[in-house]
Design a protein around this ligand. Structure first.
Ligand code: AMP
Length: 355
């Protein structure tokens, strides 16, 4: 166990790191944030920050000397950097988990090997394999880069464009073609697992996207109990199979006929878990701290219905109205520049749960 008073290292300087540092401080920990960007909204609320590239070994070594455990808030931290750190200090999650979750093809194979369904897909390495994959999967499909995709970036719908244009648009990099799933809804489950094997699972939540970016999460999702149980069971199974230490967010599609397909894994706090700050016994950020420090896990049960809306780009300018709205809980991330598609904050509205 790594007790309060210890120092937690966070790789990544964004809002997920910021909210983790706030939760850690509440439990008496200090955080050191390592991130390359001059603006570091996680560093703004942490004990210290190190401004350096993730590949900078001298900076990583200094970081490792100053922390008792390290975690990530940004899933595209190079796995090699986490490996380097892992030789000096416990890193939770471990680099081996990033090897799986940073590559869409490896991730889909891993999930499928567990006997869990994923969208039909095929590896694409050049225009010829793309043509062949299109022949099998049909034009109602999406070409995605294998690595570095997030918020719908690195994706092209094949019924909008020619295969060659799609291949060029993604930069001619290793990709996968995925059949488009006619889903009834998208849900996600966040599960925590500690080094001693304790597991705590949040309820499935309903996610609405626009332009590939999460807009709204409704928690808990109004889905049949059997489906919710299955979604939790899938998340728990994946966490155990990965030997996870930390958090895992599992994004899933639910089809019209009630089947669950896993879309994506993220071994870190997740936007669809922000509701838990205002409506659960222990929010996802505190849960991450508890998991990586091997403390008893907190209670993930919601005590209210919650609707979380992201404030994207210019929407953040509504803050005075939101601040004046009774019951609206406003969270602003302190980013200095408003840009289209940038997550600037979120607002959660809760409604007490009727038994
Ligand atoms: P991703 O980055 O893979 O999570 O994709 C972002 C969003 O695009 C998802 O949340 C879905 O709304 C949509 N999407 C991605 N893949 C598929 C698919 N195979 N079928 C239907 N919609 C998809």
């Amino acid at each position: 166990m790594i007790g309060p008073g210890a120092c937690i290292g966070i790789l990544g300087g964004g809002q997920l790191g910021r909210m983790t540092a706030i939760a850690a401080a509440r439990l008496g920990y200090r955080c050191i944030v390592l991130a390359p960007e001059p603006e570091c909204i996680a560093g703004d609320v942490a004990f210290a920050r190190i401004e350096a590239d993730y590949e900078n070994e001298a900076a990583l070594a200094e970081f490792a000397r100053r922390v008792q455990v390290a975690t990530i808030e940004f899933e595209n931290v190079p796995a090699a950097s986490l490996r380097f750190l892992g030789q000096r200090v416990p890193t939770r999650p471990a680099a081996a988990i990033l090897d799986v979750t940073q590559d869409r093809l490896a991730e889909k194979c891993f999930v499928a090997v567990q006997g869990i369904a994923v969208a039909d897909h095929a590896a694409v390495d050049d225009p010829a394999t793309l043509e062949a994959a299109l022949g099998t999967l049909g034009p109602a499909s999406i070409l995605k880069t294998r690595r570095m995709g997030y918020d719908g970036k690195g994706q092209v719908h094949l019924d909008d464009t020619s295969p060659q244009r799609a291949w060029d648009a993604l930069g001619r990099v290793p990709s996968i073609l995925e059949r488009r799933v006619a889903f009834a809804c998208e849900i996600s489950v966040i599960v925590a697992r500690s080094p001693s094997g304790r597991i705590a699972c949040y309820p499935p939540v309903l996610n609405g996207h626009r332009d590939g970016i999460l807009r709204r999460t409704t928690a808990p999702a109004a889905i049949p109990d059997a489906l919710a149980d299955e979604a939790r069971a899938i998340a728990g199974r994946l966490a155990r199979a990965l030997r996870l230490e930390g958090l895992l967010a599992v994004e899933m599609f639910v089809t019209e006929d009630g089947r669950i397909l896993v879309n994506e894994l993220a071994p870190r706090p997740h936007n669809s878990g922000h509701w838990s700050i205002d409506a659960s016994g222990c929010d996802q950020f505190e849960q991450l701290v508890r998991a990586i420090c091997d403390l008893p896990l907190g209670d993930p049960t919601p005590f209210a219905h919650a609707v979380m809306d992201n404030l994207i780009g210019e929407e953040v300018r509504d803050w005075p109205t939101l601040l004046a709205e009774p019951g609206a809980r406003l969270h602003l991330y302190g980013k200095s520049e408003i840009r289209a598609g940038r997550k600037m904050g979120h607002v959660t509205r809760i409604r007490p749960q009727v038994p």
